[in-house]
Design a protein. Structure first.
Length: 550
């Protein structure tokens, strides 16, 4: 079942009520307008916060998974290691882009066990080989060669990261973030063998391993003997697929370059506002099989496919930028919405203090008198715009040119009319019999009607009384219509309305010779561009203009 609070949240979102972040610095200047529109309800979506940069360093353990046994923790040498730099920027709340760079130093050492590599030779692959992709300096032709390597790696990649849990609807501030990624880049390596002892001679592996026999020794025993024999100097260039040019018969040290595809996953822990610690694993395919110095085409190798570079590392990430703003991948975009929803008091949100049918939150006139009709904003209706609400107005559709005072039409008292007309007549000097600069109260008509309404009788009586008292007064009776219907129809209707007013006045004793009929149809509306019934009603009228005195 949907709760009242959930319904209120939905209504607030529909009505454009803003859920804003408390820190204005989270929104960049270029998106401030969108945020302002969102907060005012003019736009449905908030602006995306600042896109934070993150710089990270990483240190880890590299391995080559290939044809030669990897030795990440050392043997006749020190342990393998890798280190590098990451620069990351969020593209959104789920995805981010990262520039990854690293340098690594890896080792590998095979051992003899039964038929595996025991009778394996390089078939003259060093100095005596026709394959000039080998370095010179060692010659194991016709002898035993137990593969080893020291490979230095330089790897750069552009990664697309996807967060797996930052849109966590049940935590306000998740600390642990899980992500996966894929990347493309370049992979460089330089591989060398420890093929010569301290005296520059090939290792006598047959003699060294003869003490163990062919089958009955453990891997650990053989490796101990191999490690004891090696001097730990990797001096001989390994085979490469794309060697550098020879110079005076000597092969230079070679860094092999290949494209690469990477993939991996990690988990990070947010420590405070600007720092995170993570654990990550990366697997890189680089379209080559010689990073361990051994071709998979040889019988007995560990794998019959390209080598794979693996890197497990610990990362330390530091957020850049001002105001300690979290990067987007660490932000739950629903966090501040949920916080606002949690603060909603349903009873208070639905409160309607003046019982006008519009809740206080949307009511622009929260103290409307009880029983007063209101519009959709809770404002008292005043159909004739005279300052008096309809509920108190004795004439809710009276002339808008005669404003009310305390809902009393003080301007139409006998005393006011007499004083007003007397003063106007003293200074009134019309020119050429044209319509005057002032006019008596007007009367109004129903739609498509020319009949005198009951509410028009008092105004007509006032006009008749004024004309009886001032026998030199001549008036122009001007008929009008609203803008609906055709022009010809409206012209005839305005004529009939003028005639109805003149008929009433003549019956009240006003000579018809003192009344001039004029009808203007819809051409001279009091309210231009009227679009509702109350405004149209103001245009359906007859005005009384003073013309001249005799």
């Amino acid at each position: 079942m949907i709760s009242r609070k959930s319904l209120l949240a939905a209504l607030l979102l529909i009505s454009g009520t803003a859920f804003t972040q408390t820190d204005p610095n989270t929104i960049p200047e270029s998106r401030q307008q969108q945020q302002s529109d969102f907060e005012s309800g003019a736009y449905a979506y908030p602006a995306k916060p600042r896109n934070q940069w993150n710089v990270g360093i990483h240190l880890g353990l590299p391995q080559l998974i290939g044809d030669v046994r990897s030795e990440p923790f050392g043997g006749a040498h020190g342990p393998a290691y890798g280190a590098g730099l990451n620069i990351r920027k969020g593209l959104g709340y789920v995805t981010s882009i990262r520039f990854h760079g690293m340098y690594a130093n890896t080792y590998g050492q095979s051992y003899t066990q039964g038929a595996f590599l025991f009778n394996k030779t390089l078939n003259g692959a060093f100095a005596n080989s026709s394959n000039e992709n080998y370095s010179e300096g060692a010659d194991y032709a016709g002898s035993e060669w137990i593969p080893n390597y020291n490979t230095k790696v330089a790897h750069g990649s552009v990664d697309l990261l996807v967060n797996l849990n930052n849109l966590n609807f049940h935590k306000a501030d998740p600390k642990f973030l899980v992500y996966a990624y894929i990347g493309v880049g370049g992979f460089m390596f330089n591989t060398k063998y420890d093929a010569l002892d301290a005296n520059g001679e090939e290792y006598p592996w047959v003699q060294i391993l003869s003490q163990f026999g062919a089958q009955n020794t453990s891997q650990a025993e053989r490796l101990d003997a191999i490690h004891a024999a090696l001097d730990g100097e990797y001096e001989t260039q390994a085979e490469v697929a794309n060697p550098v040019a020879r110079d005076s018969g000597e092969v230079r040290a070679t860094w092999v370059r290949n494209p690469s595809i990477s993939g991996g996953a990690g988990i990070s822990w947010r420590v405070g506002k600007n720092f995170e610690v993570g654990l990550e694993h990366r697997a890189t395919h680089y379209f080559d099989d010689l990073a361990d110095g051994q071709r998979w085409s040889d019988i007995g190798d560990l794998s019959d496919h390209y080598d794979m570079f693996q890197y497990t590392n610990i990362t330390l990430g530091f957020d850049l930028g001002k105001n300690s703003i979290d990067p987007l991948w660490a932000v739950n975009p629903l966090d501040y919405i949920y916080q606002t929803i949690s603060e909603i008091d349903p009873d208070n949100m639905l409160k309607d203090s003046d019982n006008d049918g519009v809740i206080d939150r949307l009511d622009k006139e929260p103290n409307t008198a009880e029983g007063t009709p209101v519009d959709t904003h809770g404002v008292s209706l005043d159909s004739d715009k005279d300052g008096c609400p309809d509920s108190e107005d004795p004439e809710p559709f009276s002339s808008p040119v005669l404003p009310m005072e305390n809902c009393q039409n003080v301007h139409l008292t006998q005393e006011w009319v007499e004083n007003y007309v007397d003063q106007r007549l003293k200074d009134y000097q019309p020119a050429g019999g044209a319509g005057g600069e002032w006019y008596l109260p007007m009367i109004f008509f129903d739609l498509n009607k020319s009949d005198i309404r009951p509410d028009a009788v008092p105004e007509l009586e006032y006009v008749a009384e004024i004309m009886s008292k001032y026998d030199k007064l001549t008036i122009e009776v001007v008929g009008h219509t609203d803008t609906r219907a055709g022009e010809d129809y409206n012209m005839k209707l305005s004529e009939n309305r003028s005639k109805s007013a003149i008929s009433y006045l003549t019956k009240s004793g006003v000579p018809e010779s003192r009344l001039k009929i004029v009808y203007k149809g819809e051409s001279d509306n009091l309210i231009k561009g009227a679009d509702d019934e109350a405004e149209h009603a103001m245009n359906r009228r007859v005005e009384f203009h003073i013309l001249k005195t005799k």
